[in-house]
Design a protein around this ligand. Structure first.
Ligand SMILES: Nc1ncnc2c1ncn2[C@@H]1O[C@H](COP(=O)(O)OP(=O)(O)OP(=O)(O)O)[C@@H](O)[C@H]1O
Ligand SMILES: [Mg+2]
Length: 322
């Protein structure tokens, strides 16, 4: 396994896999140089610019990055740098950024030399647990094989374990995961994701799993101001513009949407923008003999949001109200 501090993780086969001579006791390391060697700042900057809010999450990730940097510098002096425990749980409501942050985490750990490949394999119970006897172990092992060298992200991890069903095959999958999380933690980081209360129950029923998780990170719900800021970021990402009268309507839309069933934070914002794009497109092309300007092609108008069911009284009756 590659230890932190052994050079560029992007070239795992290079000759520097042999242990380096430790630095002299009175050597001085420049932290900036070590930071640059890893991609840590690039990843942290992306996290800041791509994701609105999430201050507690970003703070925790900066702390973890600092710990790993220190570990890397310690190893250069030959100080013990036993790999810190890195399995995590990400708890929070749907659409609060868990998958996105997990992707950045994989990049960060790759940049710091903790993960060979730094990819993310995202699975749910169905990918791990079979329907019939003898199917679960091969399924779980296949997923683990794909994830080695990267992050295994298990969404709604609590479905792996059904407390009321002792013949459930999920337990078999959990057993295998526990072993690999312990024995191959040099080559795999597991992130369990899901709602906080259900995850807490899951950990209570699976103390073995709980004790292997080093970092519990909670993703807060977004405030209305954050949701509006997310809309603006997403629109800009696609080179659309939200004029101020549209932003006002969108704020109203989001306030209503938040109170309705199946609200999914930033994912609902993304859906709202996608639907507005459809309505805008329809509006621009449906008039016979229409002409358009660049500005019109970029602009999402209040009408593009006002046509949503969210503004009609029976919105609650619909499953998907975006
Ligand atoms: N703070 C944020 N700023 C900007 N965009 C965000 C933010 N949080 C999430 N998004 C965007 O919202 C969408 C949903 O985010 P993501 O898939 O990471 O959420 P999730 O917590 O994994 O949701 P789920 O629990 O439903 O899987 C993505 O397109 C992501 O880019
Ligand atoms: Mg997700």
């Amino acid at each position: 396994m590659r230890r932190p501090g052994t050079g560029d993780a992007a070239t795992p086969d290079s000759a520097d896999d042999s242990p380096e001579e430790p630095l002299a006791d009175d050597a001085v390391l420049e932290v900036d140089t070590i930071r640059r060697e890893s991609d840590v700042d690039a990843v942290l900057d992306r996290l800041d610019s791509e994701l609105v809010g999430l201050v507690p999450v970003k703070t925790r990730i900066r702390e973890i990055a600092a710990l790993l940097l220190v570990d890397r510098m310690r190893s250069k002096f030959g100080l013990s740098s036993s790999r810190p425990a890195l399995h995590m749980s990400f708890t929070g409501s749907p659409g609060t950024g868990k998958t996105t942050v997990a992707l950045r985490m994989a990049e960060l750990l790759h940049g710091l030399g903790y993960l060979r490949r730094g990819h993310l394999v995202s699975v749910t119970r169905d990918d791990l647990v079979g329907q019939y006897i003898g199917h679960t172990a091969p399924k779980t092992k296949e997923v683990l094989k794909r994830a080695m060298g990267g992050v295994l992200f298990i969404d709604e991890a609590y479905y792996l374990y059904k407390a009321d069903n002792e013949r459930d095959y999920g337990a078999e999958s959990v057993e295998i995961l526990l072993q690999v999380m312990e024995n191959q933690r040099d080559d795999l980081v597991v992130i369990l994701a899901g709602y906080k209360d259900r995850m807490d129950d899951f950990f209570r029923s699976n103390p073995g799993m709980s004790s292997r998780i080093a970092h519990h990170i909670d993703f807060p719900e977004y405030s209305i101001d954050e949701l509006v800021a997310i809309s603006e970021l997403m629109a800009a990402e696609h080179e659309y513009v939200l004029p101020s009268d549209t932003t006002a309507v969108l704020r109203d839309y989001l306030e209503r949407r938040m109170r309705q069933p199946r609200f999914a934070n930033a994912r609902s914002v993304r859906n709202a923008i996608e639907r507005a794009r459809l309505r805008q497109a329809n509006r621009l092309v449906s008039e016979p003999g229409a002409t358009v300007t660049k500005q019109q092609l970029q602009s999402l108008e209040p009408a593009d949001f006002l046509a949503s069911r969210v503004f009609t009284d029976d919105a609650e009756k619909h499953d998907d109200t975006d």
